[in-house]
Design a protein around this ligand. Structure first.
Ligand SMILES: [Zn+2]
Length: 417
């Protein structure tokens, strides 16, 4: 299974940073380059029906090796890396037998990965870590996931004694800019359920995420010379401040964690006549989420009574929903992942995602898709690293999940028919 490392080190050489400003799919040429390379690799190791569509979605099949009827599982990872830091010229370094101390990523620029700042490093004393040179991200998110899925498929091909049903794999573009699920052809994929391999440290298993909406508040004021402004001027900046002050002061990102939701004002700008506020709203509970949107509506109504109809205009738009609603009816797919972890000696860490995943969007499109770990830490930054042992464990986990799906086929068939 050392091939997982070899593969990963190959993939990170290709810059696949996505770009929000580009409207095409994929948003960057590097993603085509990686997808084409992967396609030939999939064919080489013996997967069937490898297809790369016009939007850069790569899919392939590992056929069933049994006569039994087994529901089809999918494994999904994404091709792109985060726009937040460059993915050009990634030069991974391997720290062998980590001693628990500071890791000098870049001597010249004095960039240090320190367990004082990242205490989880201490969990990996004695292990081999793949780190950056301090100037780029690493790209374990999600090239780690790609390397792990392919290596697991290769393992299953070489170990035909492990019975499994049909397995579909997909590598998607532009996850980091929120478009990974947009052009995903669920029908063509043809899986009954799937797992995204896109989570953080070893053990992570996720099937709950935020419900999400954005909200824009536009306030129209009335300007007039201050000397004759009494009872006439309507300062939209002050009305904006009033709007903000009516939101619950403790429901912000800096006051919440775990299952707690929030209102997050991202921008607030204006002049006397025009002010605009931009918010995101997040909550795990659908009721709480709706309550948050309703509260903003009621504040808007109140201010319009106070300052005149049409002074405040609110528009909200839902972005994605908590996949839990779609996963709970088929919870066995989470239980399978959990059991597979235990059988592979991994301690499951079931945590809610304080964000969205492609799996959440796919779940609402009809493909229930929880998320499992890739094994990396500190994604989207120069301090990103991944322990080699965790990568190997993910490979083992994917194999084990495939095996358990075969074992649980009768229970699964009742749900997916
Ligand atoms: Zn990712």
């Amino acid at each position: 299974m050392d091939k997982v490392v070899e593969r990963f080190l190959e993939y990170v050489k290709i810059n696949t940073q996505s770009n929000e400003k580009v409207k095409t799919s994929p948003s960057s040429q590097g993603q085509w380059e990686l997808a084409r390379k992967l396609k030939s690799e999939l064919e080489e190791i013996g997967l069937e029906d490898a297809s790369l569509d016009e939007n850069c979605y790569l899919m392939a099949t590992l056929p069933s090796n049994t006569k039994d009827d087994v529901p089809v599982v999918g494994f999904i990872a994404h091709l792109d890396t985060s726009p937040s830091i460059t993915g050009e010229g990634v030069k991974p370094q391997i720290v062998k037998n980590y001693d628990g101390g500071k890791i000098i990523l870049n001597k010249e620029k004095n960039i240090i990965l320190s367990p004082e700042v990242y205490p989880e490093l201490k969990d990996y004393v004695g292990e081999d870590l793949i780190v950056t040179d301090g100037t780029t991200l690493l790209g374990a998110d999600d090239k780690g996931g790609i390397a792990e899925i392919i290596t697991a498929m290769e393992y299953l091909i070489k170990h035909d004694e492990i019975p499994h049903g049909k397995i579909r794999i997909a590598f998607t573009p532009d996850e980091e800019i929120g478009r990974g699920a947009d052009l995903f052809d669920i029908e063509k994929f043809g899986a009954n359920f799937a797992y995204t391999v896109d989570g953080g440290p070893i053990g992570v298993l996720q099937y709950e995420n935020f419900n999400a909406a954005k909200a824009i508040v536009n306030i129209t004021g009335l300007n007039i010379h201050p000397k004759e402004a009494k009872n006439k001027m309507k300062n939209s900046i002050l009305i904006g401040k009033e709007f903000l002050s009516m939101l619950p002061a403790h429901e912000t990102p800096s006051h919440t964690e775990g299952y707690e939701g929030f209102f997050h004002v991202i921008s607030f700008g204006g002049e006397v006549e025009k002010t605009r506020l931009y918010f995101i709203i997040r909550d795990f509970g659908r009721k709480e989420f709706e309550r948050k949107k309703k509260l903003m509506k009621e504040i808007t109504n109140f201010l319009n009574i106070k300052y005149g109809e049409g002074t405040v205009k609110l528009s909200t738009e839902d972005q994605y929903y908590n996949m839990k609603e779609k996963i709970l009816p088929v919870k066995i797919i989470v239980d399978i992942a959990e059991k597979a972890m235990k059988l592979s000696g991994i301690k499951p860490n079931i945590v809610p995602v304080r964000g969205g995943t492609d799996g959440a969007r796919l779940s609402y499109k009809g493909l229930p898709t929880p998320n499992i770990f890739v094994g990396g830490h500190n994604y989207h930054g120069r301090f990103e690293y991944i322990p080699i042992s965790s990568m190997k464990k993910t490979v083992e986990l994917i194999v084990k999940i495939s095996e358990l799906i075969y074992e649980k086929r009768d229970e699964l068939k009742k749900l997916f028919n």
